[in-house]
Design a binder for this molecule. Structure first.
Ligand code: ZN
Length: 123
């Protein structure tokens, strides 16, 4: 197992992850406040149901993202960060900078996207 990242790069990634984590948590906090019924319905008319469902879905996505960020931070501290979880290769720093919580190299990710039909075939 190799560790391709320098200390400075690791610190940069850690700062990126910490910033994303803060943003996400602020966003989730805001979503939770939107979800909480502020006052009991006085006239019995349900309001804002659609908005709430959307907020709930967003909260679930945020929670999954937060988990990935936590995993990435853990990997940073135990030295396994930057390695593809699928093939074990080094994920290029340029990619990590764009998507610091990623756990897969581009090759594995596009293979997975093709397999699950989430990406268009290569042109
Ligand atoms: Zn890979």
């Amino acid at each position: 197992m190799t560790q391709a990242l320098t200390t400075a790069q690791r610190e940069e990634i850690q700062a990126l992850l910490a910033a994303r984590r803060r943003d996400l948590q602020a966003q989730m906090q805001q979503n939770r406040e939107n979800l909480a019924p502020p006052t009991p319905d006085q006239d019995g008319i349900e309001q804002g149901n659609v908005g709430r469902e959307v907020d709930q879905a967003l909260t679930n996505i945020d929670a999954a993202d937060l988990t990935r960020i936590d995993h990435a931070l853990e990997a940073l501290s135990d030295g396994s960060y930057g390695l593809c979880a699928e093939c074990g290769c080094d994920i290029p720093f340029e990619r990590l900078k764009i998507e610091p919580q990623t756990q897969h190299c581009v090759a594995c990710k596009s293979r997975w996207e093709e397999a699950t039909g989430q990406a268009r075939p290569h042109r």
